[in-house]
Design a protein around this ligand. Structure first.
Ligand code: PLP
Length: 395
């Protein structure tokens, strides 16, 4: 495909596929083969040594998986990309590939629950110094970075209260001390935010969420500087958290409509958030698109759209209120996943922060009466009507 800059919506459909469309196929084939054979042993050896492109063994690389990595790489504008079986697979591979005993990581308290467990439970076992700052206290984060560190790990907007961190500002501070900057871009998607363009060295996704968009395949992907991607790939090929070719195919197919879906989800979420903010049974609404949101200005600067994720507090701030409200919803799965075409809701106590105690959640500023709302692509008047009837139990 020619190199000229094409729009993201077109890239979603055509990007990265050409090389894999064999024998006139218009869709990337699912290559289930575990081994890749060579009659010429010299050629086999050249491929095995990385002197020639090709595939050797399915744990390492696979053509369908390659096409998925390539499409994501093009959308994020990275030099290279690699993938893993899940979002956590790529996050753990990244952290364990890039960190060794004695190194220091600066991150924030509001990272995804699983990422937080890696920071607090696993990295500390290997004498890696982890400092978790208040997510929106940029002065504190900058001060911790400038003390010296090796890796800065950010996420924006965060799960579930959609806090926003200033990626360009912190990437700049990190580079001044020679640290590598990693950003989890799952909530924003490459359509709404491109951390590499803001100065990050690596951008990663739980492809399980918006990239796939249909809640039928798990996957993780990371894009950015080739020297770093090579290290992450090397760790992942050995730890074995390889993306399955069938999952890669489903993710690729989902990504064809990524831009279309995100446009609708951005739109729906803004309307739903505005409706909720005006409802008497609802307390605070957390959505970066609302001018009442503390990170609204930064979001407006660094994002092209505010995304499909929001959360809100029931005025009756208790888990019991959540228990009564959730089953009333007709057009929202009460489920742990997010980013799908269907609207999904759930309280942090059963989703993103299930690993934490109520006290830990309170310390993180996550109220028990909070509902995370992942906006689908349904007709927004039906979504608002559904919320209206479900919230009527509180009047
Ligand atoms: C879901 C999620 C992850 C983990 O991804 P899995 O595919 O479930 O392993 C990481 N980061 C964010 C922001 C997520 O929402």
């Amino acid at each position: 495909m020619s190199n000229h800059q094409i729009a993201k919506g077109t890239q979603c459909i055509w990007g990265g596929e050409e090389e894999y469309l064999i024998q006139g196929a218009t869709q990337v084939p699912v290559v289930h083969s575990v081994g890749f054979g060579y009659k010429d042993v010299d050629e086999w050896q050249q491929v095995a040594l990385g002197q020639k492109p090709g595939h050797i063994y399915g744990r390492n690389t696979n053509p369908t998986v390659d096409a998925f990595e390539e499409k994501t790489r093009l959308l994020e504008g990275g030099e290279a990309a690699t993938s893993a079986s899940t979002g956590m697979g790529i996050i753990s591979s990244t952290l364990f590939a890039l960190l060794t005993p004695g190194k220091r990581v600066v991150s924030v308290k509001d990272t995804y629950g699983g990422t937080n467990v890696i920071f607090t439970e696993f990295l500390t076992r290997f004498n890696i110094d982890v400092t978790l700052c208040d997510t929106t206290d940029h002065e504190q984060i900058e001060a911790e970075i400038s003390k010296g560190c090796d890796l800065v790990y950010l996420e924006s907007p965060t799960n579930p209260t959609t806090k926003v961190v200033n990626i360009a500002l912190l990437a700049n501070a990190a580079h001044e001390v020679g640290a590598t900057v990693v950003v989890d871009n799952t909530f924003a998607t490459p359509i709404n935010q491109n951390p590499l363009a803001l100065g990050a060295d690596l951008v990663l996704h739980s492809a399980t969420k918006f990239l796939g968009g249909h809640a039928d395949a798990l996957g993780g992907v990371i894009c950015g500087r080739k020297d770093l991607i090579d290290q992450i790939y090397h760790y992942r090929e050995i730890n074995g958290a390889t993306l399955h070719p069938m999952a890669a195919y489903l993710l690729l197919r989902g990504m064809k409509t990524l831009e279309l879906r995100i446009r609708q989800q951005n739109d729906n979420a803004m309307k739903v958030a505005t409706f909720l903010e005006g409802h008497p049974a609802v307390g605070r609404v957390f959505y970066p698109g609302l001018s009442s949101h503390s990170g609204h200005d930064i979001a407006s600067e660094q994002m092209h759209g505010y995304g499909g994720m929001l959360s809100f507090m029931l005025k009756e701030d208790s888990f019991d209120a959540v228990r009564r409200f959730v089953p009333r919803m007709n057009y929202a799965h009460a489920a742990a996943n997010l980013g799908a075409v269907e609207t999904t809701i759930g309280p942090p106590a059963t989703t993103s922060h299930v690993e934490c105690t109520p006290e830990q959640r309170a310390a993180m500023g996550i109220p028990e009466g909070l509902i995370r709302y992942s906006t689908g692509i349904e007709n927004v008047s039906d979504l608002i009507g559904d919320l209206e009837q479900a919230l009527s139990i509180f009047s």
